[in-house]
Design a protein around this ligand. Structure first.
Ligand code: PLP
Length: 380
């Protein structure tokens, strides 16, 4: 028997579609993968070089559990530059990706039976991680009609004496929604810790502006990392910016769970912050072009797209008129069009019937996917 809490962890359906696509590719079928959020770009060259140099010079040991001081200092400086809020390097814990940062925070805040409020459609790992901490995810629906902006009245109504945190994801996965400043400010005033996932900050289009709750409440836990903005998914590098009062406990959790983050990976992060800005801007511009190609191409086929995503690299498309559940539809599309997509069901019941397209994939592949879909849609 396995622990009950692990049975509450749902499979990631986009991965299942991707894996079936990979199996088809091994048998010789050409598959275009637009299902997962994996930037096709190389990491910033300076980050790769720093990792090599670090390994060569023998930096293959544990570090301070909170991370190298030079990296935490650089993260603090970048936080001030990007968010306009000064933080102390001692408020930062460097982690192996944003995912462990989320897990640390939830372990810090959530006791069995506690509740965490989050907007849905949502990133699938949030409820899974809340559940393994014994907590209950409380989903607050957001909809295409209001641009997937959180309704603060609904958030207030969802709060109970057991609410321990509110998740804020802006820009969000899978909608690309960016929460307006007023919403962030109001959520910050509710007296409940805010877990602010800012992993897609910096990847915005049409002059969208991201607001961090860090400027409004000290009870903010910023979850961030290098995977998306710097195209460094495989490095596994992220961090947490937390209130000073939480640091001792977070440090103990970090020591017990992970000991520390790889030293050479931390050096790569330091180099990315120091020298990666041009690379990030180059990628953002390319995403903006791909986003336009994808939006125009899909709308040209008569598909309904509720919002032009202001951020991240996903387009959530309403495909309810195909008359089947999103997983079946994605498998049918994979068979007929040989394009792997993300079933909306991953992101909560409200996203059932929707399908997520990623434009983190290279432009020629997006164009090829559009051609294949156009040919296959009449049969679907
Ligand atoms: C909203 C969101 N948060 C966190 C993560 C996890 O990122 P990392 O690779 O840094 O663990 C992802 C990855 O897709 C994501 O979409």
């Amino acid at each position: 028997m396995f622990a009950k809490r692990t049975q509450e962890v749902e499979p990631f359906l986009a991965m299942e579609v991707m894996e079936r696509g990979m199996a088809m590719a091994r048998e010789g079928t050409s598959i275009v993968q637009l299902g997962v959020g994996e930037p096709n770009f190389d990491a910033p060259p300076a980050a790769v070089q720093a990792a090599i140099d670090s390994l060569r010079s023998g930096e293959t040991h544990y570090t301070d559990s909170r991370g190298l001081f030079n990296l935490r200092e650089a993260i603090a400086n970048e936080c001030e530059a990007r968010r306009g809020v000064a933080v102390d390097p001692d408020q930062i814990v460097v982690t192996s990706g944003t995912s462990p940062a989320i897990l640390l925070c939830l372990n810090l805040l959530v006791d069995p039976g506690d509740e965490v409020v989050l907007a849905t459609p949502h990133y699938p790992c949030y409820p899974n991680m809340i559940a393994v901490c014994g907590g209950t995810p409380v989903l607050v629906p957001t909809g295409p009609e209001d641009g997937f902006v959180m309704d603060v009245a609904k958030v207030r109504a969802a709060i109970t004496p057991r609410t321990r945190a509110i998740f804020l994801a802006s820009p969000a996965n899978p909608t690309g929604a960016v929460q307006p400043r007023e919403v962030v400010e109001e959520l910050s005033s509710l007296g409940i810790p805010i877990l602010s996932d800012e992993i897609y900050d910096g990847l915005t289009y049409d002059d969208a502006e991201v607001t961090s709750p860090l400027g409004f409440t000290e009870d903010t836990y910023v979850l961030d990392g290098f995977s998306k903005r710097y195209a460094m998914t495989g490095f596994r590098l992220g961090y947490l910016i937390a209130p000073k009062k939480a640091m001792r406990s977070l440090q103990s959790l970090m020591q017990s769970f992970f000991i520390s983050t790889s030293q050479f990976v931390q050096q790569a992060g330091f180099a990315a912050l120091a020298e990666g800005a041009d690379h990030v801007e180059h990628m953002r511009r390319e995403y903006a072009i791909r986003r336009r190609i994808l939006l125009d191409g899909l709308r040209g086929m008569g598909l309904s797209i509720p919002i032009d995503p202001p951020g991240a690299f996903y387009v959530l498309v309403d495909m309810r008129h195909f008359g089947r559940d999103s997983l079946t539809l994605c498998f049918d599309i994979l068979e007929r069009a040989r394009v792997a997509l993300g079933p909306g069901r991953d992101f909560g019941e409200v996203a059932e019937g929707f399908v997520r397209f990623s434009f983190a994939t290279a432009r020629p592949e997006i164009e090829e996917a559009l051609r294949r879909l156009e040919r296959a849609f009449p049969e679907l």
